[in-house]
Design a protein around this ligand. Structure first.
Ligand code: WT7
Length: 657
């Protein structure tokens, strides 16, 4: 990579953004010495954060790393996550504080129920009651409970109720297909499942309980289904098996003493995709996880008591677990929770929400930012976004053009941006600016947080100070995954065998620059080799989206007789741009200009949207199959399955493979 200076220039813009002085003045962390303090004694650093939580019994050992990769954090300690997220705030007299301003998708039509004010008092009451409902169904410590829910406050209640009694929740994103749900319930042998009659999607109820009913015959371990009535669709209920949430919670005992849990007891399982088709059940535990999500939520977002924080992810992903539920509630935060689509009923829905609740911190994903860019700035007109003081990004590298747009148009040029790098497996943010300290560079997640150590391995397995290679984490961290549910061997093989059992293989390619800043380049399997030149899909994509006419781009490598691999690009043009031969020629020329002729896509296909998972991740494996003209499998987990047909048709028409 070092021989290709123009690639570096492309990803790193010349621009740097020091923290604004006004922000620094009020920031909780503004002294860079915090990095040295944490590095000098990481265990003391994390123990300091753990002490901010409420423990039923103190730990005797901060970290046991004698048997890598099996870490034990805060051994001997006992605590309860729900007590930390709820009871202690209520006990401190803050029960009346708003935990969530919940906004229904149909808020304007739904009357008072469309905008619910969820206080810590209410959450604690509902959590205790629902914990007792679960107990009544025979669910106890260590049992797995499935949660397949819309974005409603009851989803957080269900998770907290599991945590209260020591049950392990397994949340499946509410937009997944019945077969994905079935697979995740089957593998985890869930005993009970919490769901809703339906969820609202762009104004129409989409049945959920009906999906569940379709797979129940194949799930013999699943004894009970608890159903929240969200949409009043009157779904079928089977006597003895199905329970009405509202009735059961109203009738339940309002007191449930929190179960003292070992720091290393599992808190939840969350399935995520791996390199094979079989999803991996990431297992997170109790004490270390809560310590790091609370610490990072407070530091990275420079949290203040009066902030109104909005993490616009879905609770069904790890971002929602760590930064809608556990981190914010552990910190007693006031959040916004929005049920629906960003473009319903209008494409300015988010800006209305920010204005209404005076949101001060917004945390979202680059794919959403690019959608807003595509829809244009006109939608922002007339909306007062002056309450915002900090912006966050997560999920994929944010290309500099989107970063700059976010900074200027949403942040009004005054809000620092924290580009947070982490994974389902890491449980919490690992690489990110601290907004009162770090000078940001658009496109870089910047530096490992205090207490975290990352490094880059080059092709000869050497750790390097500067340059490109494979990202690794070289010391254990409190929120790290402990295993894969039911697959302990796969856990070790996937993450802890490439460089030895004490070095965590992230699976991302990255570059460290002269300031030690980390630039995520893409997944390690996304590197394309064209005529012996290494190119990352991300670099070519960044070149493509730097063209005014491109809203979004995905690039893959396909086998090519002449060059080894060839580049194929899938493009969503900006509204109003005509996709055709002229545009194809212009884009090839544009990439040649930005990177070099070797990076020009051999073929370019256009679509209104790219095939994405419902969380917004572009499915590159599927793009490869499309480009290869292969038979496509199940596409039901896609956000918009119809784009696949359109792309496949173009591939066929172009005579591509
Ligand atoms: C992968 C993890 C973290 C919660 C949501 C995704 C990519 C994530 C960034 C970022 C560049 C990022 C990485 C990582 N990624 N955040 N700020 N910059 N890349 O969790 O589904 O487990 O995906 O997302 O490739 O490995 P996930």
């Amino acid at each position: 990579m070092a021989e290709e200076p123009e690639l570096d220039v492309l990803l790193s813009t010349e621009l740097t953004f020091p923290p604004p002085s006004g922000f620094v003045a009020g920031a909780g962390w503004s002294d860079p010495a915090v990095y040295e303090r944490a590095a000098a004694d990481p265990e003391a650093w994390w123990a300091g954060w753990a002490e901010e939580l409420e423990w039923i019994e103190p730990w005797h050992t901060v970290l046991d790393w004698s048997d890598p990769p099996h870490a034990k954090w805060f051994e001997g300690g006992k605590l309860n996550v729900s007590a930390n997220c709820l009871d202690r705030h209520v006990a401190a007299g803050r029960g009346g504080k708003v935990a969530f301003h919940w906004e229904a998708e149909d808020a304007d039509q739904a009357g008072p129920e469309g905008r619910r004010v969820i206080t810590y008092d209410w959450l604690l009451d509902q959590t205790q009651r629902f914990a007792n409902v679960l107990k009544g169904l025979g669910v106890g410590k260590g049992d797995v409970v499935g949660i397949f829910m819309p974005m409603i406050p009851e989803t957080a209640v269900a998770m907290l109720a599991c945590a209260r009694i020591g049950a392990v929740h397994n949340v499946v994103f509410g937009g997944f297909s019945a077969s994905s749900l079935k697979e995740r319930m089957e593998v985890s042998t869930a005993k009970a499942l919490v769901t809703a009659d339906a969820t609202l999607r762009r104004g129409a109820p989409m049945p959920m309980k009906e999906k569940v009913d379709g797979v129940l015959p194949d799930l013999p371990d699943l004894e009970h289904v608890v159903v929240v009535n969200r949409c009043g669709t009157g779904c079928a209920m089977l006597d003895g098996r199905d329970i009405d949430w509202q009735e059961a919670v109203a009738a339940a005992d309002p007191v449930c003493v929190p179960e003292p849990m070992d720091a290393e007891d599992p808190l939840y399982i969350l399935y995520t995709s791996g390199s094979t088709a079989k999803p991996k059940g990431i297992v997170h535990t109790t004490g270390g996880y809560l310590t790091q999500v609370a610490a990072t939520h407070r530091m990275v977002f420079d949290l203040k008591d009066d902030d109104v924080y909005w993490c616009a992810a879905d609770i069904g992903w790890v971002t929602g677990h760590s930064y809608i539920v556990y981190g914010p509630l552990a910190n007693g935060t006031t959040s916004v929770m929005y049920e629906g689509a960003p473009d319903y009923p209008g494409k300015d829905r988010w800006w209305q929400i920010i204005e209404r609740y005076r949101v001060s911190i917004l945390y979202t994903a680059p794919t959403v930012i690019r959608s807003f860019m595509k829809w244009g700035e006109a939608l922002l007109a007339g909306h007062d976004l002056s309450s915002l003081r900090l912006l966050g990004s997560v999920g994929e590298p944010i290309n500099p053009r989107a970063w700059l747009w976010y900074h200027e148009h949403i942040g009004g040029g005054r809000c620092p941006i924290v580009d947070t790098w982490w994974q389902t497996e890491t449980g919490a943010i690992m690489i990110s600016p601290l907004p009162g300290i770090t000078t940001t560079k658009p496109g870089s997640a910047t530096l490992p947080l205090p207490g975290i150590k990352a490094a880059i391995m080059d092709e000869s397995d050497e750790m390097i100070e500067e340059g490109g290679g494979t990202l690794v984490l070289t010391t254990p961290w409190p929120a790290m995954a402990r295993t894969l549910y039911g697959e302990p061997e796969r856990y070790i093989e996937t993450y802890w065998s490439r460089y030895g059992n004490d070095v965590y293989l992230v699976g991302d390619a990255a570059r460290i620059d002269e300031d030690g800043y980390v630039w995520i380049v893409g997944r390690i399997d996304d590197v394309i080799n064209v005529s012996g030149h290494r190119l990352s899909t991300m670099e070519v994509e960044s070149a493509l989206v730097s063209n005014e006419g491109v809203a979004e781009a995905a690039v893959i490598g396909v086998p090519d007789d002449a060059t080894g691999q060839a580049i194929v690009a899938f493009i969503t043009p900006q509204d109003g741009v005509e996709a055709g031969d002229g545009f194809t020629i212009a884009l090839r020329e544009h990439v040649a200009e930005k990177i070099g002729k070797l990076a020009r896509p051999k073929r370019i296909y256009f679509a209104d949207d790219l095939p994405k998972t419902r969380s917004g991740k572009i499915m590159r494996r599927l793009l490869r199959d499309i480009a290869d003209g292969k038979e496509l499998g199940d596409v039901s987990t896609l956000r918009d399955p119809s784009v696949v047909d359109s792309l496949a048709g173009q591939v066929k028409a172009s005579g591509g493979r």
